[in-house]
Design a protein around this ligand. Structure first.
Ligand code: ASP
Length: 328
């Protein structure tokens, strides 16, 4: 029997200011529409998450693709991962500077390479050899982000980082909690054949050191999909999420019998309790149950089921968003 598809999206979890709420909701809504079109025509979860994340990468409101945060030396450096829960095939790229849609390069790795992960110039060469045109890094850099970087570096020099929401420093580390924003994007989907997929794409953290890779594109950290457990995408402070291998932590709990609606908030509580980390999560099981959670003031989220789309920029004002898709 065909299963009713589901698509979940996030567009980052942080203290999204009032003047950016509409752009975030609109971007998530547009990506939901693009991804859903694939699912409702009988397309695969893998194509749906790639399409939804491409739409978010193309939207400069988010920290993915053009308009991403800048490295300490003023460049865009992008990471992305896509994973097919039916086969466990995965493709990832990191530290790419000349690819407009890194999720599409990641998809090519999944489809065409015996390897799983490419970084830097090797990733760009692989993408180009497989038909992706390379762009100048400057085409991905917005003036808005040059100003944001200058402000962050001025705050850093003055020793007054912006603490717009609480994140404690990791007690085991000298790293400081990155303060301002987390606009990484991600999607998880279930298609009518019962297959799960996940995709996450990011420009990383503002003012990061060149070459730094966060959780988003690392398997089991910011992204994971396995039909035997669940599909997950995370956003937030990457270093603690990586240390906890938090995506796999969450999907393992679903495999052990807990529901995604329980596990999603538990993962965020664990992140805060164990390492003082902050972020957001979308989690979807192969039986159609799902959970979303964040431990930041806001998270841009969207859910599309056969009942239609829902988007928002916080879950805290309502009961935790959970659900289940009906069988056709
Ligand atoms: N998790 C991402 C990273 O650390 C940042 C984000 O979610 O905005 O690279």
């Amino acid at each position: 029997m065909a299963r009713s598809p589901i698509l979940l999206i996030h567009g980052g979890a942080w203290d999204i200011p009032a003047d950016l709420l509409e752009a975030h909701e609109q971007g998530v809504f547009d990506a939901l529409q693009d991804g859903w079109r694939i699912l409702e025509r009988g397309g695969t979860a893998l194509d749906a998450v790639e399409t939804a994340v491409t739409s978010l990468e193309d939207d400069p409101a988010f920290d993915a693709g053009r308009g991403s945060f800048l490295t300490r030396d003023g460049r865009v450096q992008l990471d992305a991962l896509i994973m097919d829960g039916a086969t466990l095939r995965a493709g990832g790229v990191a530290c790419v500077e000349r690819i407009r849609n890194p999720i599409q390069a990641a998809r090519l790795v999944l489809d065409k390479s015996p390897h799983v992960y490419f970084v830097g110039p090797g990733a760009e060469e692989f993408a180009q050899a497989n038909g992706i045109p390379l762009v100048e890094n400057a085409e991905l850099v917005l003036d808005r982000e040059r100003r944001r970087l200058a402000e962050a570096q001025a705050r850093e020099q003055a020793g007054t980082p912006d603490r717009s929401f609480s994140g404690r420093p990791d007690p085991d580390s000298s790293e400081d909690s990155p303060q301002d924003s987390h606009d990484t994007v991600g999607a998880v989907a279930l298609d009518q054949y019962g297959r799960l997929a996940a995709a996450t794409s990011t420009g990383g953290t503002l003012n990061k050191d060149p070459g730094r890779v966060g959780d988003s594109s690392l398997i089991g950290c910011g992204c994971y999909a396995d039909n035997a457990s669940a599909a997950v995408s995370l956003t937030g402070w990457g270093e603690p999420i990586m240390k906890l291998v938090l995506g796999k932590w969450a999907t393992d709990r679903v495999m052990a019998g807990r529901s995604p609606e329980q596990v999603a908030p538990e993962a965020m509580a664990y992140l805060l309790r164990r390492l003082g980390g902050h972020g957001g999560i979308i989690l979807l099981a192969p039986d159609g149950r799902y959970g979303l959670a964040h431990n930041t003031p806001r998270m841009a989220w969207g859910v599309h089921t056969a009942d239609g789309p829902r988007v928002g920029t916080s879950l805290s004002d309502e009961a935790p968003l959970t659900g289940e898709a009906d069988l056709y």
